[in-house]
Write a protein that binds this ligand. Sequence first.
Ligand SMILES: Nc1ncnc2c1ncn2[C@@H]1O[C@H](COP(=O)(O)OP(=O)(O)OP(=O)(O)O)[C@@H](O)[C@H]1O
Ligand SMILES: CC(C)(CO)[C@@H](O)C(=O)NCCC(=O)O
Ligand SMILES: [Mn+2]
Length: 895
Amino acid sequence: MAANNNSDPILDEGGGGGVKHEAVGEAGEGKGGGGGAAATQAPAAMLPRSGSRPQLDLSGAAIHGNLEDRNPTILLPNQSDDISHLALDIGGSLIKLVYFSRHAEHSSEDKRKLSTKRRLGMLNGGRRSYPVLGGRLHFVKFETGKLNECLDFISSKQLHRGGVDSPSWRSGAQPDNIVIKATGGGAFKYADLFKERLGVSLEKEDEMDCLVAGANFLLKSIRHEAFTHMDGQKEYVQIDQNDLFPFLLVNVGSGVSIIKVDGHGKFQRVSGTNVGGGTYWGLGRLMTKCKSFDELLELSQRGDNSTIDMLVGDIYGGLDYSKIGLSASTIASSFGKTISDDKELSDYRPEDISLSLLRMISYNIGQISYLNALRYGLKRIFFGGFFIRGHAYTMDTISFAVNFWSKGEAKAMFLRHEGFLGALGAFMSYEKHGLDDLRIHHLVERFPMGAPYVGGKIHGPPLGDLNEKASTSTLDHGNLNGFISWMEKFVQKGTQITAPVPVGFPVTTGMGGFERPTAKGDILRSDASAALNVGVLHLVPTLDVFPLLEDPKMYEPNTIDLDLNEYKYWFKILSDHLPDLVDKAVASEGGTDDAKRRGDAFAHAFSAHLARLMEEPAAYGKFGLANLLELREECLREFQFVDAYVSIKQRENEASLAVLPDLLMELDSMNEEARLLALIEGVLAANIFDWGSRACIDDFDMFKKRMLADKKGQPYKRALLFVDNSGADVVLGMIPLARELLRNGTEVVLVANSLPALNDVTANELPGIVAEAAKHCGILRKAAEAGGLIFDAMAGIQDDLKDEPVSVPLMVVENGCGSPCIDFRQVSSELAAAAKDADLLILEGMGRSLHTNLNARFKCDTLKLAMVKNQRLAEKLFNGNIYDCICKFEPVHLT
Ligand SMILES: Nc1ncnc2c1ncn2[C@@H]1O[C@H](COP(=O)(O)OP(=O)(O)OP(=O)(O)O)[C@@H](O)[C@H]1O
Ligand SMILES: CC(C)(CO)[C@@H](O)C(=O)NCCC(=O)O
Ligand SMILES: [Mn+2]
């Protein structure tokens, strides 16, 4: 019997311990010739090196050149080069940059994709055209006082000319009329300097317009953007688009602007205060001699303000003034104590001064905001601006004030991209990029490790352009720091990111007045790691919501919430597995010194992410296991590991293909009923599987009934098979199952990853595997030909099937993911198109049907198949055991 032991190295706790797999182990000789699966390896160069969702504007695509070429050139007339790249917000304290970088260009697509797209009606016939180009939005800031660093940065990356990849840069052309959108006072103040230094004109956009546009964009397009912060607890808020307006927007920059927002472009600046971030930093610097804002903020975390502030108790002899609701510990007068003493400034601890200042200003802002909310009857107040700086204590203090004064009526909310509202708004004001059309499912946020070092904050001389990260870069870096030195720097600095985050533990703050909030920690995260709160936004216009999701609004991919305990568990699993993964990754790149160095850096980077998440699980937004596993794959890609499992996958594919003919013969000797069971068992690693006693969910009989009894002669029209691992899993499990469906007249679409993740099979690899399998089987061959997976099967192969009727097609589509899990809110447009006519979904494997989607409901019949290769999960979900199996059939209409 076919077996599936293709153990998933991270999703399997048992590491395959009990899963033995004789057949594959001894196979591989003599068979599977002609290059086998090896010849079908994904042309890795075709994949974008970062960002798991490859994309192109394919509207109007046409083949240019010979159709029979293996990789004909395809013209993409709507793939525009003319895109806006950079917008600035130059404030009184900080300069904020939002810039766009395009994904690596691919000039060709393979035949498989084209023919599938044609078949799915995606070419010509005009599916919607995408005005937006795929790429990434980066967020970077500089101190306004160090404007030169900012200019150097822009210049080194050639952002003002469309980036180092743009044709004008390559050809050395000097367009003389470059215009960059800019907002904030500096757009006026520094316009001449920009012209002088970079030769660009700043096109001024109104600051308030930009703040509102930026906030509206974030609240509309980023899933986990807004959150509350009370008593040290961060909670993401699901914003209902239909119930967003009106709200109060309070931007705490150097000064504070208070804006009532009624809609897109509909707002009024209703107030402001000159006591803001500049006040805290300015006074704090004078009084403490701190050298940086972060140093000042960090001091506050060790402060005791009661040595400086006059408390109610100081005035009332230790008593509360309960009649008006003030407790003895409430601040009666900020800095009030310093009048009565005959002390000098130097007699006070800088820590205490910083805390008093921070509390004074935060409460004041909270109170003024509340009053304005009251004035207009607003319940929600969003706080932005870099004064907040993701600092738990600051947010708690503001929240406390709003909550106290409004008696719980109004809510203070914060934004992850707090400081970039204006810059984003300025970016949005470019007309040609059509960003307004972007929907929530077109955006994927990633948290790369390099950004803080190469872009977030520049220490010393600028590091040159970002491409120096890429060892494959074709640019000549001349005397710029090279890739290696960047990497060395990274390895050294990577550990700093693990510095603890100041998060306090919830303690009641008491009833009367401004008790001291409890969110305090020892060390403030470095500014570089704070940049990790804001990832890089990948714009992927080709992503779609899976059309067969029953209720996309209610859909949650992750089966289990990652609370701190879950994090600890996964932290351990992922950490334990890290050395092995690094070995594999390094080997996959030839084991060179460069690969080793990158392996080291990857390990640092990923460990730092893990540590960061352990400190603050909500740091990157609501983060589930799917995100965690994807983060690891992204991290590998960031360090140029294209496919760590490449040779392992290849070996297992070859071995499995060698035993496939025997398996097919065995299957064909069975009756229909026995065969269906054998096929499902095959998918579930049947050799250790004792049906009946170990199935924790067993709907096989129901599935069998639907397949064999109920609708005999009424086969499913189209089945989407979501495949998982390479090797036995796909070759001896899913392909035979696909063959059975094809035999019954059901079209089959194999859905596989767009990019490698663990040992998952990718959409690029599948056609080759299917072609190999088809050598042993007429059903597969006919279907693969009909589905455009095989083009020259007739040639050279003795064919006894020429006269058989044309088969239903077997197709392959990519799912849009580069992760072992799948989030059905963001799948490839190809998959979305394939889903239109599907009436059966088969989700296979732990990642796609257990860790995610176990509870997902679809609009058509769904079969979820997985072996639970994780003891803890088996107990938690089913009160079961490791190696239990799930065969969950969910028909839409119970028959
Ligand atoms: N690294 C930093 N350096 C300086 N200030 C910082 C830093 N990080 C946070 N801040 C705080 O953020 C404030 C600036 O916030 P922001 O960038 O939103 O305002 P701005 O645009 O410069 O000012 P304005 O809008 O009033 O012109 C500073 O006054 C300070 O309180
Ligand atoms: C002057 C701006 C708008 C510049 O960003 C800002 O610093 C601010 O809103 N200051 C407060 C001014 C006031 O309303 O009192
Ligand atoms: Mn500003």
